[in-house]
Design a protein around this ligand. Sequence first.
Ligand code: BGC
Length: 931
Amino acid sequence: MKTFTKPLALSLALSAALATPAWADSAAFTVLTLEQAPTADTMPALAAQLKTLQVDAVSVRQVQRGIGQVDPLQLLADGLGYQYRFIAAGKDDGQTQQGQAVLTRLPIAAESGPDQPGLNYLRLDDGRHAVAVYTDAGAGAAQLPALVSRSRLGAPAVLLGAVAGESAKAAGFDPARVALEADASYFSDGFQAASSAPFKVEGSTLRATLLTLAYAADKGGEQPWMDTTLTADARAALLLKAMTEDEKFQMLHSYFGLGKDGGKLPEGAVGSAGFVPGVARLGIPSQQSADAGVGVTNPGGIRPGDFATAMPSGPSTASTWNRGVAFAGGATMGREAWQQRFNILLSGSVNLQRDPRNGRNFEYAGEDPLLAGSMVGAVIQGVQSQHVISSMKHFALNDMETRRNFHDVRIGEQAMHESDLLAFEIALEAGRPGVAMCSYNKINGTYGCENGYLMNQVLKQEWKFPGFVMSDWGGVHSGSKAALAGLDQQSAGEVFDAAVFFDEPLRLAVHGGVVPQARLNDMVARILRTMFLHGNFDNPPQHQKVDAEAGFAVAQRTVEEGSVLLRNEGSLLPLADSAKRIVIIGGHADKGVIGGGGSSMVGVTAKGTNAVPGVLPTTWPGPVIFHPSSPLESLRAARPDATITYVDGTNAAAAAKAAAQADVAIVFATQWAAESVDLPDMQLPDNQDALISAVAKANPKTVLVLETNGPVRTPWLAQVPAVLQAWYPGIRGGEGIAALLTGQANPSGRLPVTWVVDESQLPRPHIDGLGFKPAKPFGDVFDFDIEGANVGYKWMAAKGLTPTFAFGHGLSYTSFAYENLKVSVEGSRLVASVDIRNTGKRAGADVAQLYLKLPAGSTTPIRLIGYDKVELQPGEQRRIRIEAEPKTLAHYDAQARQWKIDGGTYQVQLSRNASEPLQTVDVQLVEQVLR
Ligand code: BGC
């Protein structure tokens, strides 16, 4: 296909506003570019003009957004029902942020992540054509070529904003610059023709240009679906027409990618959780899906030679409160998946932590819907930036593992929308996962994978999810019922379900008219469009060597930002230079760091496999794994001047004796948790409480490092001056922990969960049937209506309970002060600004947490509504902006199926953690429905 960028015809430049060339009909992409933001008095006229004009996008340059103000362009977008993006040009001056705004009426199919400051990519979907829109506010020009090559995938593209011709050329844009005036420049490529004309904004002298970019003619040919200028949906529709019924059904169920009963792998499977053979005749690639959320697994080393980065566990990533870190982790996993021939990664675990005993908390992202949703959304975005489809799972309310295939979760509609479903909804908006994996459990009496309310009504209708729903492995109980409820693909049914329901049984149902042909086509189209969108056809995975060092760097950054310093009495940490005799005790800290069990376990890394084989259980959901990253060795490397010894901790008296002879004792305590089984209680196993107490008694300078699934009871807390929660820290756990203990890194993790004192503070203090050998069987019902949407800190606030450590808690080796909290509210948009200063002597990062205290009588007392992590040098001060997520200001009206803000007086709190407000401002919210 010949593509070119046509220089502007002089006659067009001089023609009247709104004049467009003859070819500019719906076969063109139109952009109104404004050289500056309109003034307030121009706004209403512009809004009216835009309503008539119906341009696809509006690009506004040289925007100066008040740091504590709602951008009027955001309100313009809200009024028009457009989406709004602000691309900051660089560092702000503390009063305003400079940048570019893009408003669009088209759906955004994909966009760049938080790793590209000053640069943004939006993949817009105009119904028939895809358009890759790049903005450049200057700072990110050098990264433009990499961003374009990673994201464009053959779509017609336009680059809006000032950028040097060289950068544009390097990114593949036609160097023939199209310029009406110097600063109205843009580059386009892949369109048939391009034109621009001045545009008159009513009542204003604002310089504006209307760009009209004509799409090239369809490619046609034998495989018209390989035309990369078309949208994923258009391509899927073309391909669907060419498919036989057999080929369609082939898409609807995967095989267990590890083979049945240890037998041969399905032909073409590379060895992983799932495999759907492709269709060579039509060029449809196979679907190879691998677990999961903490790295690419290689179960039993089935793919000899493959290894991956074992990332820190989900709560560790969540504890960073840094979307950039989450994105980098996701991008690392996505890249490594692609290099191991996978086009689907079963990541994106966002079930809320309702109970510290849930065996799978280490895969999730804590208890708060905003934090979990936004962080997991960033992980998903990172995975998908690498042409690998990510799932989000387990949809929904699979918040406990005990009898997960049988239990029923009871919860009201409003409560589920304001808790678990909100986490999914935010993850969906932020990450746009291609797949949703329905869960094993029943929700209000109906299995997740047969739940029409959740899959059809909520996910596909209310949230407009365009991707496909895949079942969890062993989660399908029917053919037509599941298909009609919204399930699109059955996973590994030949191994895990009673039948391959989505083969013969579903064929019969389609032939008999029980399942309409249209639904069959919808199922296939959803799968194909997802594969097209994420480059499975155009940029298929290639087997390549994984860059181990790059993975290690991201894993270590996550541990360093995600470990939480819970307690540090007398500033025992960082370790003083005078501590020359250090004893390390327990936790196999001489060999490695523990990881969680089950399908997510990354057993094969660049540094080898299990450092401590033989710890029970050695079979599913084990083996218990210790990643080969020894804290002892890392500490020795970090402190060559000290004598560092190791005692295994199996004998408390011997450990205490060694501690008494040391300057500092560091105890490592571990708690293993795994998929498919819950922890029996919150107690550290294997008498580790006694070990910790004995050591602390022998040496008052005792540091405790916890490697746990989540909060545990802390009976020894008063005796132990310093406690670091390292979660499951992954393949760079040893190095990361050593950096934090010695002060090479300054802790900045904040708890994504409430650290309750013990089980008595939980909504369900006692549950029969937990653990491997329960005394009594479980009753198969979880009544989540007890707490409803008041999960974690909301429950504590509602009940007036005081935890050991609050949600959001975490210490630093420096200190921070906040002043001048200001809050502005316009409609459903709430923006806060506040000064933050590093008042200590070390560089460090703090997490500014914004909560909303709801009026008395509200069902939920308090909510996290926004956050920002800020890194500051000693003495440095900055004014920061925090935007609230509008849904966190609202409640879900289950009758109307709408989010509504109640009018009234609310208190906005800038807090150190959920129970420690530092600055407060009262605001009035006006009653309204969110769009
Ligand atoms: C887990 C999923 C996982 C799947 C495939 C299931 O048991 O619940 O999270 O992706 O197995 O291994």
